[in-house]
Design a protein around this ligand. Structure first.
Ligand code: 13P
Ligand code: SF4
Length: 365
C-alpha cells in the first residue's frame, strides 16, 4: 500500500487517477485487485471468508467444476448443506462417511462443505492435504458447549474413566479423548469398552442418554446440546402426528428424550435417509436439520416428507442449522479460487486427536 493512502481512497481515486499516470488499464486493474485481495485476507479471521466481489455474470458452477479439475480438488459435503452445494459435491454424507472419505482422499485439496469440526477432522486424518472450508465461522453449538478449558479438569477428575467423545467437538477435545464416535456408531463404540470400565461421554447429553438406554451402560455425561435439535417441539410433533396418523416419526439422536421416545426410527443422517428408502411407510415426520430433505426427496420422490415443527412461532416449520447455512456457492467458489480459509491443526494436538479417531474408524469397519 502506498504510504498515506487507504485502499478505499485509491480505488475511489480520491487522491489521484491511476490512468493519468499513463499506466495500462490492465496494470491498473491488477493493482486494484491485488489491493482488494490483500484487504480481504487481512479481514479473513474477523469475517470468516474472503469478502471479495464476484462478477454477476460468472457461471459459478462451471468455475467450480473447472477449478476442481485444475487444482485436483475433491468436494465433500454434509447433508445439511444447501441443495446447490450438495448437488456439486463429489460426495455427500454423514459425519462418519465424510471422515472415511477424507481419510482416503487422494486429491491435493479437500474442500469441506460442512462445519469447522468436520473440516478439522479431515485435516487430522489427512494432514498433507490442504483442507479448505467456505466459511471458517461455520461452527457448531454442540462443539462450543464443550471448551477444553472446562473439559480437561473434568477428565482429570475421573482418571479411571474411558473418555468417549462425539465427533462434534474441537481437535483439543478429541486430543483429550480415548475414542471418538458419531451418531451412526456411538452404540458400537460404547459397547467396545470393557464392562468394568466407567465411561465419560461428551459433549451431547441427548445422544449420551439415548446410548445409555440402548446399551444399559451408565455413563458420566457432559451437559452439551445442539441448538437445532433442541428446538423441536414434542407437543407440535404429536399434534402433527394426529393430522398424519400414518406417518412415522424419524429422528436424529441429538433430539431431546421425549422426541426419541415417540420416534419409530432413530439414527444418523445417512441412517434416516436409508430408513425412508427401505421402510414400507409412505409418510415421515423428519426430526433433524431441514437440509436432509434435499437428498431424501431425491431418494424417495413418491413419499411424503414432513419437517418436524420447532418451538418458535415462525412461518417455516423446519429447523435450520445457522452454522451449516453460512456456506454458500459464492463462498465455495471464493475458497476454491484463493484456497482460503484453510484449516490448520497444531501438530502436537493433531497427533493426539488422531488416535481416538483412528480407533473409531477401526471399530466402524
Ligand atoms: P450426522 O453424523 O448424523 O450426519 O450428524 C452430524 C450433525 O452435526 C448432526 O447435527
Ligand atoms: Fe452442530 Fe447442531 Fe449444527 Fe449439527 S446441527 S452442526 S450439532 S449446531
Amino acid at each position: 500500500m502506498l504510504p498515506g493512502f487507504s485502499l478505499q481512497s485509491l480505488t475511489q481515486k480520491k487522491h489521484f487517477n491511476l490512468s493519468t499516470l499513463n499506466i495500462s488499464p490492465y496494470i491498473c486493474k491488477t493493482f486494484v485487485k491485488t489491493m482488494e485481495l490483500a484487504e480481504a485476507k487481512k479481514n479473513l479471521n474477523s469475517i470468516g471468508y474472503l469478502d471479495l466481489k464476484i462478477p454477476k455474470d460468472l457461471d459459478l458452477i462451471a468455475e467450480i467444476n473447472k477449478m476442481r479439475k485444475e487444482k485436483n480438488a475433491v468436494i465433500l459435503a454434509h447433508y445439511y448443506q444447501d441443495g446447490a452445494i450438495q448437488d456439486i459435491a463429489d460426495y455427500v454424507g454423514d459425519s462418519l462417511g465424510l471422515s472415511q472419505k477424507a481419510a482416503e482422499a487422494n486429491a491435493d485439496i479437500i474442500v469441506f462443505c460442512g462445519v469447522h469440526f468436520m473440516a478439522e477432522t479431515a485435516k487430522i486424518l489427512n494432514p498433507t492435504k490442504k483442507v479448505i472450508l467456505p466459511d471458517q465461522k461455520a461452527g457448531c453449538s454442540l462443539a462450543d458447549s464443550c471448551p477444553a478449558s472446562a473439559f480437561k479438569p473434568f477428565v482429570d477428575a475421573h482418571p479411571d474413566h474411558v473418555v468417549i467423545t462425539y465427533i462434534n467437538c474441537s481437535a483439543e477435545i478429541k486430543a483429550l479423548s480415548d475414542i471418538v464416535c458419531t451418531s451412526s456408531n456411538a452404540e458400537k463404540v460404547v459397547n467396545s469398552v470393557p464392562l468394568d470400565k466407567p465411561i465419560i461421554f461428551a459433549p451431547d447429553k441427548n445422544l449420551g442418554k439415548y446410548i445409555m438406554e440402548k446399551t444399559g451402560r451408565k455413563m458420566l455425561l457432559w451437559e452439551g446440546a445442539c441448538i437445532v435439535h433442541e428446538a423441536f417441539s414434542i407437543d407440535k410433533i404429536l399434534d402433527l402426528h394426529k393430522k398424519y396418523p400414518n406417518a412415522q416419526i424419524i429422528a436424529h439422536p441429538e433430539s431431546e428424550t421425549p422426541i426419541l421416545k415417540v420416534a419409530n426410527y432413530i439414527g444418523s443422517t445417512s441412517g434416516m435417509i436409508e430408513y425412508a428408502k427401505t421402510s414400507d411407510c409412505k409418510e415421515f415426520i423428519v426430526a433433524t436439520e431441514a437440509g436432509i430433505l434435499h437428498k431424501m426427496k431425491k431418494e424417495v420422490p413418491h413419499k411424503s416428507l414432513i419437517p418436524a415443527p420447532i418451538h418458535q412461532n415462525v412461518t417455516c416449520a423446519c429447523s435450520e442449522c445457522p452454522y451449516m447455512k453460512l456456506n454458500s456457492i459464492e463462498k465455495l467458489y471464493l475458497c476454491m479460487k484463493y484456497e482460503l480459509p484453510d484449516i490448520e491443526v497444531p501438530e502436537e494436538i493433531r497427533k493426539r486427536a488422531l488416535l481416538p479417531i483412528e480407533r473409531m474408524l477401526e471399530i466402524s469397519k
